[in-house]
Design a protein around this ligand. Structure first.
Ligand code: ADP
Length: 510
């Protein structure tokens, strides 16, 4: 039996899975590493920690599964996006990597927008300069740590550093490279124009690959450390969003996904490059060779319900502990007691600011329409409805293009609830399905490895390996009842924006 190893280098841990050549998961394992926050708003990690954890994790996974390293026919990598790994000419790490969630580069983002011009930047890179992206981090290094900048000879993304350790080869896939702000996303090549305007060295940038292309072979040293066989092919892989989408089969036109985790992501496959003219959605290369995708990101999706649970679900937490059940099951049962629209109550889920469709770090949450009849059931339902409305905002932007969506694949913690899946189907007006693969980006990375090694289409493999296990149709009566509430939801942010900004200002002074 041949196996494929999928590695997902997350923010708190690396997850490794072994998938057999029929797409079945044989075993999985993860290893944690620390997140460094040396100043408020900064987020860093030591690339060496990633490699140590990954090599340990692979070795332990092989032992646990009883699979011999020689049976692993290929390796695929997925990982946290946007992080910057600065290496010197000897491949030594220059300083800890700045991560996707690091917020220190606001000034550099403004400079990039001014220097390249918002229209040009949007046209070439499909995106806005956001603090999490890679290019602003490189500009920050030049301004704030010139000595480190001078020493730097290579710039990599997190998972590509791990591949360098596995194979000794530099490389990056186009899907993950789209999140650097240095890629010509339509042309699937580095944008010399952007790189030169920003004054960054072209030589820093590694060769580019499609996600399923073999980008190196395992070195003897890495083989000895991990238990894999020397020479095992390692494909380029992709960022965790692209790999997560491949992992649930979002690889052809008409299929979109909704990832309902702590944050929320609405993701659609595109046959052609379709950047949002106002750059409210991200437009990236997909992990499917020669294709693209767009996505909208909601910062506090499941995170809003988690906040509600943490602070206001004392009874449900007690019951869950008593019955050894998931507290979210009690909360969703409670929400189901209230009617659609929570009797005139709308929740705004911008608890940590928002990204899509309102790129505003100072947006805030709220319950609007409270009256004396409202109980905890109404408020709980309103939280879930508000999150769902916020996710629909991203889909509405996607519908402004030519893409016709026929099915939504829902994954992440929130997808466990059938009640929530029905709510999504009713609010979005599309069938909502769940699939048998639940290992997220690590599974997508294994699909990429199998595609590259077996020389099979990514979409063909997804079709064969990933099956729909549940389907919820929108209920036309519910749809009609949600619609006016969604209209109210959409109208609220513009009205409240100034108040939110004033309140965040006041909170800062407090
Ligand atoms: P992360 O994005 O941090 O990896 P998950 O994908 O597990 O996390 O999503 C966690 C979120 O999913 C929780 O904050 C909660 O909002 C939601 N969730 C988890 N379990 C359930 C459930 N049974 N019903 C409804 N929502 C749930």
């Amino acid at each position: 039996m041949a196996y494929f190893l999928g590695i997902d280098l997350g923010t708190s841990a690396v997850k490794c899975i072994l998938v057999d050549d029929h797409g079945k998961v044989k075993a999985s394992r993860s290893e944690e590493y620390p997140l460094l926050q040396p100043h408020p708003g900064w987020a860093e990690q030591h690339p060496e920690d990633w490699w140590q954890a990954t090599s340990r994790c692979i070795r332990a996974l092989l032992e646990l599964s009883g699979v011999d390293g020689g049976e692993v026919a290929g390796v695929g990598l997925s990982g946290q996006m946007h992080g910057s790994v600065f290496l010197d000419a000897d491949r030594t790490v220059v300083r800890p990597a700045l991560l996707w969630c690091d917020q220190r580069t606001s000034r550099q983002c403004e400079w990039i927008e001014r220097t390249v011009g918002p229209e040009k930047l949007g046209e070439l890179t499909g995106n806005k300069a956001l603090t999490g992206f890679t290019a602003p981090k490189a500009v920050w290094l030049r301004e704030e740590e010139p000595e480190n900048y001078r020493r730097t000879a290579h710039l990599l993304l997190p998972k590509d550093y791990v591949r360098l350790q596995l194979t000794g080869a530099f490389g990056m896939d186009m899907a993950d490279a789209s999140g650097t702000l240095l890629l010509d996303v339509a042309g699937r090549r580095w944008s010399r124009e952007v790189v030169e305007k920003l004054g960054l060295p072209m030589e820093w940038l590694p060769p580019l690959y499609e996600s399923n292309e073999v980008a190196g072979q395992l070195t003897g040293e890495a083989a000895a450390r991990t238990g894999l066989r020397e020479g095992t092919p390692v494909v380029a892989g992709g960022g965790d969003q692209a790999c997560g989408a491949v992992g649930v089969g979002v690889v052809k036109p008409g299929i979109a996904s909704v990832a309902l985790g702590t944050s929320g992501v609405v993701f659609v496959h595109d046959e052609t490059y379709e950047p949002d003219p106002e750059r409210r959605l991200h437009a990236f290369c997909h992990g499917v060779p020669g294709k693209w995708h767009r996505m909208g990101v909601m910062l506090a999706a499941g995170g809003s319900l988690q906040w509600w649970k943490n602070h206001f679900a004392y009874e449900e937490l007690q019951l869950a502990a008593r019955d050894n059940r998931d507290v979210y099951e009690y909360l969703t049962e409670l929400a189901a007691e209230a009617p659609i629209g929570s009797e005139g109550l709308v929740f705004l889920p911008y608890l940590t600011g928002e990204r899509t469709p309102h790129p505003d770090p100072e947006a805030r949450g709220g319950f609007i329409g409270l009256n004396l009849r409202h109980t905890k059931a109404h408020l709980t339902r309103a939280v879930m409805e508000g999150i769902t409305f916020g996710l629909r905002d991203s889909l509405e932007l996607m519908k402004e293009s030519s893409v016709e969506i026929t099915e939504l694949r829902v994954n992440g913690g929130g997808a466990r609830s059938r009640f929530w899946r029905q709510m999504i189907a009713d609010v979005f007006g599309y069938p909502v399905v769940t699939v048998n693969s639940t290992d997220g980006p690590a599974y997508g990375a294994a699909v990429m490895a199998a595609s590259g090694v077996l020389k099979r289409d990514v979409s063909e493999l997804c079709e064969e390996w990933i099956q729909v296990v549940d389907r919820v149709e929108p209920n036309p009566d519910h749809q009609a009842r949600y619609e006016p509430y969604y209209a109210v939801y959409r109208s609220l942010y513009p009205i409240l924006k100034d108040s939110f900004h004033r309140l965040t200002g006041l909170a800062r002074q407090a």
